[in-house]
Design a protein around this ligand. Structure first.
Ligand SMILES: [Fe+2]
Length: 248
């Protein structure tokens, strides 16, 4: 079964799982750094909606930090039944998302028509005192909220419509965002619609590194983004490909 409904949340392809809070907390110092250094890349996407800042890996050394967290959180097992696998769930990339002010909600999906070949994980790193929440749409059409909790991650795939709720977070809230999924290259083009414009360093399903200019998107053999009528290339949003600039 490739798709599922969370009966408690009344939403598609989403689950909450217990995780080791200590692993997420390892990123607290990096999240608070004014200048994270040359190993890292900083993006400030969707300024219209929020003051969010993303910190992702620019070098393989920094990438290893995110990949190690993914391995030690031991979360691949939760999606193994949904993604198309040859051998193992592949970690694609990760970043830190920090925000203090969301001026306007921006409901979106991270993964569109991928048939759950990739998932997003969000886990709080710091700033839980501000009571951060995630707004999402239920299958009934109602908007509900999820309260981030220490030691708990939320994982979602296709069709999970969500947004940062409007409001202030004081102190600023940081979460660790991880992307992972299939290890088959045949699905890569549709997964690049989401992550090909966010972080400068990705690991492909075949395990190879892919370097990307987040402003221009991926290039090279095997790295063509698959745009479809249902998932058209976004226009006039400031930067190309930001179907999912807000991984809130
Ligand atoms: Fe998102």
């Amino acid at each position: 079964m490739k798709h599922f409904i969370n009966q408690d949340m009344l939403a598609p392809n989403v689950m909450t799982v217990p995780v080791d809070d200590g692993i997420a907390s390892e990123f607290a110092e990096l999240a608070g750094a004014d200048d994270p250094g040359t190993d890292y890349h900083v993006e400030r996407p969707w300024l219209k909606y929020s003051d969010m800042r993303w910190i992702s890996a620019r070098t393989e050394r920094a990438f290893e930090r995110f990949e190690s967290a993914f391995d030690r959180l031991d979360v691949a097992r939760h999606v193994r039944d949904y993604v198309d696998l040859d051998k193992k769930v592949r970690f694609f990339t990760g970043f830190l998302h920090t925000r203090s002010d969301c001026r306007e909600s921006n409901f979106h999906v991270d993964w569109k028509l991928t048939n759950n070949e990739a998932f997003t994980l969000l886990v709080p790193v710091r700033g839980l005192e501000s009571g951060p929440r995630l707004a999402y749409k239920q299958v009934t059409g109602d908007v509900a909220t999820y309260d981030y909790k220490r030691g708990e991650a939320i994982i979602f795939g296709d069709h999970f419509v969500h947004s940062t709720p409007e409001g202030l977070s004081e102190p600023p809230f940081t979460m660790l965002v991880l992307y992972f999924g299939t290890d088959k290259m045949e699905h890569w083009g549709k997964l690049l619609r989401t992550q090909g414009f966010q972080c400068p360093l990705l690991r492909r399903p075949d395990g190879e590194f892919l370097r990307v200019d987040p402003q221009k998107g991926p290039s090279g053999p095997g790295n063509d983004v698959e745009w479809t009528a249902e998932a058209p290339k976004p226009q006039a949003l400031g930067t190309p490909g930001n179907l999912s600039k807000d991984s809130a």
